[in-house]
Design a protein around this ligand. Sequence first.
Ligand code: GLV
Ligand code: GLV
Length: 328
Amino acid sequence: MSNKPFVIVSHTLPEAWLAKLVETCEVLVGPETAVTPALSPELEAQLPHADGLMTMLTVRVDEALLAKAPNLRVVSNMAVGTDNVDKAACTARGIPVGNTPGVLTEGTADLAMAILLAVARRLPEASRDAREGRWTTWSPTGWLGADLNGATLGIIGLGQIGSAIAHRARAFGLNIVYHNRSRYPDKEQALKATWLPLPDLLAQSDFVMVSTPLTPDTHHLINAAALQMMKPTAILVNIARGPVVDSNALLTALRDGWIQAAALDVTDPEPLPADHPLYALPNCFITPHIGSAANGTRRAMAELAVENLLLGVQGERLKHCVNTAVYQ
Ligand code: GLV
Ligand code: GLV
């Protein structure tokens, strides 16, 4: 092995996205279809030599993995969320953990609006009906959906992505309410967003958007009790992490009409198996965690993850680090 730093990238990525990494490091990339949550066996075997590790959100980085990588100087997650990484274990070993905020904000907000609109206006059902021969006449009462203009959007988690959603939602004429641990007076003004306690947000919103990170505090935040507080006409959208919503409670809520419909870009578990009962519900629209899946966005994420990775192997402070305690 050369004396260049040796880094492992969990998944195959387009070469151009990794160009800067290949210039200065020895790089081992994972297979096209990576097995997760573990690293593929070929990659795992090389962990003892790794100076740096770049992961996707499906790879679990825990104490067991870290124990195999005694030389590791950085974990660079190509995602804004880092719930797949045991940050405390990394901190204890002095390993900084990088993430990719900012660059995926607009793309993810686009997807959030796309699935909100799709379900509000019943696009999947209308498209299927047209293709399958049920568009036999124009009907004044056919495929009626929900109006956005004048309705209320409740955003749970007004971080960068939640704010970008609010910005778009204003253009659609939605009134914005939000719930967040900390209040943001400046955003409240700029986005004309009103802070509400969670029960009030749930009771008043026509659309509820989940855009909060997954933490012990937000796990199953949307449980049976929360779903029962929502309007029977409400639409729930989750673009954050599956486990923020209790899947079983949601199943009951959609079946028994506690709420009208759901749009989920994230699920629990992921991938959601093809025989999962949520797919069988006509009022549940599911996309396979594609919030940031736009060309420019993904490339920018990869380049930022590479930047974090390179800084880490050089012993410099990461551009975006989620466990800054490591520097104290
Ligand atoms: C996507 O879900 C991310 O966290 O980047
Ligand atoms: C969370 O929603 C963030 O963008 O930080």
